[in-house]
Write a protein that binds this ligand. Structure first.
Ligand SMILES: C[S@@+](CC[C@H](N)C(=O)[O-])C[C@H]1O[C@@H](n2cnc3c(N)ncnc32)[C@H](O)[C@@H]1O
Length: 219
């Protein structure tokens, strides 16, 4: 056993002892996906993402698990709803969203490497109502029929600000109630400062919570 392997194993055992239920779920996701020829669960570091140097530091990690499902169950999704996952990675969260009656599900991913894996996963599962786009979330403006936005800490302020600005323009174009689900909301204050949203709820995640925001009605 190498010197590096031992601390990794110690950390792994500690993690499993601390989170027995989630560890079991993760194991079943890995085995289930291997059997079906899917792959969303492996983390990817910025260095391996192949996204432009100018992009902010990011990590790919999937939030497609039972915590996301529980959160969505609390939101009474109907077939009139449409959702976008900005920074959808390999599609782990999109696949869970497909268990709900969303009319439309959209994923936008900057990394071509991850986008191609997402395409493969979605094709394998025949989830034809999921639309995937490769590119910068800051440039994606086709939002007028979207009423749910999902963010799993995908980017920093340099991208979040234009994304919020695009949402604002879309709300002006087509006034409507919009729900923002933000997991690991490191830029909570920027969301509040946008003046568009108020936080209405919070649900537990395996290592970071989901903050739920609703648009503030115009008086
Ligand atoms: C933490 S992962 C979340 C993956 C997925 N949303 C989920 O919950 O399973 C964040 C993702 O955002 C992507 N990302 C980062 N900056 C982006 C940008 N400017 N435009 C689109 N995607 C971006 C990263 O490549 C990464 O796949």
């Amino acid at each position: 056993m190498s010197a590096n392997t031992k601390p990794f194993l110690v950390r792994l055992v500690r993690y499993v002892i601390k989170n027995p239920r989630y560890s079991l779920e993760r194991l079943s996701i890995i085995v289930g996906q291997k059997l079906r020829g899917l792959e969303t669960y492996k983390n990817v570091r910025q260095a391996d993402l192949n996204i432009p140097q100018s992009a902010e530091p990011v990590l790919y990690e999937s939030s497609g698990n039972s915590f996301l499902v529980k959160t969505l169950k609390n939101l009474n999704i109907t077939s009139n709803d449409s959702i976008i996952d900005f920074g959808c990675g390999k599609g782990g969260a999109l696949i869970k969203m497909a268990n709900f009656p969303f009319k439309k599900i959209v994923g936008v991913e900057y990394s071509e490497f991850l986008y191609k894996i997402a395409q493969k996963n979605i094709k394998k599962l025949k989830l034809h109502h999921i639309q995937l786009f490769q590119g910068d979330a800051a440039a994606f403006k086709d939002l007028d029929d979207i009423n749910y936005v999902y963010l799993f800490n995908p980017f920093g302020l340099a991208t979040l600000h234009p994304v919020l600005e695009n949402i604002k323009k879309s709300l002006k174009n087509n006034p409507r109630d919009l729900t923002l689900i933000y997991k690991n909301a490191v830029h909570h204050q920027a969301v509040i400062n946008s003046g568009l949203f108020k936080k209405i709820n919070q649900f537990k995640g395996e290592n970071a919570d989901f903050f739920i925001y609703k648009t503030i009605p115009k008086s």
